[in-house]
Design a protein. Structure first.
Length: 415
């Protein structure tokens, strides 16, 4: 039952992100909760959905945000704290800790943010994963790769979205590409207090998937399984995803066991997570675990495929309410991202020819603007995406065909 405006629980949200990618979450949350937003800029589109906001010098400073939250708590009772921005989930955990609500253990969240800590913790618990060795220099990486074997993976210790991740075939490949991984950075600076910022990992092959889960009192419930489409090898750019409401992995006992053991080992007991696995011939192996909803509109695909609302269940997990995870329908949904072909392309016009879009297209959006200078991966990575299309259908093949048609309807003219 929808609460009245006066008695809706009060939720503190740390940052929102781009409207194109996150408005659907805030819209659904605001129907059931009053939302107070912590932001480092004056809210714009968010004002339609929030009951109040605080503009802070930074939303990356956890202790400072915690102090601001304590001040607000003198006059307001907060039911929970929520954040879906990878760079800010650790800072948000200080706020939750200060308010005495769920997911308020910064050490646990940092264990997920720092992939080196994640690896060491899961290794101690004998959770299946690629072998991983933290290193400082290219020479160290060569020694580590001799131990994990070739091909090997170089990846930054604390970035998301596959930034800086590359497959290398030999020692020469490590030396040639180490700087690419070492210099990779996200949109927000996060300082990892370590002299071993790079991980050299065993390459494991198979299909890569993601699992968005609700975790309540330590019990993990998978809600959506995303099947990744990866391109631009040897890099690991995620160029698309598919979510099937009837994905057999949702009820697979082996994956469920590894998923639960992973969260038990990491000590994550309340909230939502986005876990990534490689489905190898030896079973699922953990690639990483993120203490937030998935990015790339994966939760939105889950909403389209099942009717289960990710904003609603994320807010429920943050406040200790029982989430509604019952599917309303059963479909397949997919997303595909589009890039330019050449480096340093100055965009002229870009857009989709509406008359050529097929049935089943939910969204077809140009995210870059005319005049922008963009490149494909590896220089472009996530920020090289210039548009995306989302389609639904009764099967993955049907959705893929509709995305093919959307791609054919997307027209880019260089300046």
């Amino acid at each position: 039952m929808t609460a009245t405006r006066d008695d809706r629980p009060l939720l503190l949200l740390v940052a929102t992100g781009m409207r194109t990618y996150r408005e659907y979450l805030l819209r659904s949350i605001s129907a059931e909760y009053r939302v107070h937003l912590f932001s480092h800029v004056e809210p714009e589109w968010e004002k339609e959905y929030v009951s109040g906001w605080t503009v802070l010098p930074s939303t990356m400073d956890g202790p400072a945000m915690a102090e601001a939250a304590r001040g607000l708590a003198a006059d307001h009772e907060f039911a929970g704290v929520l954040c879906w921005d990878e760079a800010r989930i650790h800072a948000a955990s200080f706020v939750a800790q200060a308010l005495g609500v769920r997911n308020g253990d910064p050490a646990v969240v940092w264990r997920l943010r720092d992939k080196g800590q994640t690896r060491a913790t899961l290794d101690a618990a004998d959770v299946p994963q690629p072998r991983s060795i933290p290193v400082k220099t290219a020479d160290d990486a060569v020694v580590a790769a001799d131990k994990v074997g070739y091909p090997a993976i170089l990846k930054p210790r604390g970035l998301g979205a596959s930034l800086g991740v590359i497959k290398v075939l030999d020692a020469d490949g490590i030396r040639a590409n180490f700087a690419f991984t070492e210099k990779a950075e996200g949109p927000e600076p996060v300082v990892f207090d370590t002299d071993q910022p790079i991980l050299v990992e065993e390459f494991v092959s198979g299909e890569e998937i993601s699992v968005d889960s609700v975790v309540r009192d330590g019990r993990v419930t998978p809600v959506f399984v995303g099947r990744k489409v990866v391109g631009y090898h040897p890099y690991a750019e995620e160029i698309g995803h598919f979510v099937d409401a009837d994905d057999p992995l949702l009820t697979d006992p082996v994956l469920a066991d590894v998923l639960q053991r992973t969260h038990d080992a990491l000590g994550f007991t309340d909230g939502v997570t986005h876990s990534e696995f490689m489905l190898t011939a030896d079973g699922p192996k953990v690639i990483e675990v993120n203490g937030r909803l998935g990015g790339d509109l994966i939760p939105y695909l889950g909403l389209l495929a099942t009717g289960v609302d990710p904003g609603a269940f994320a807010a429920a997990a943050a406040t200790g309410r029982t989430p509604d995870l019952e599917p309303r329908h059963r479909k397949v949904a997919g997303i595909r991202f589009f890039y330019v072909a050449e480096e340093d392309t100055t965009l002229g016009s870009l857009g989709f020819e509406e008359s050529r879009l097929p049935e089943g297209i939910d969204r077809a959006v140009a995210v870059a603007a005319p005049g922008a200078v963009v490149s494909p991966p590896p220089r472009g990575t996530v920020w090289g995406r210039i548009a995306f299309a989302i389609a639904t259908g009764s099967s993955r093949d049907q959705v893929a065909q509709r995305l093919d048609a959307a791609e054919a309807a997307f027209v880019v003219t260089p300046a």
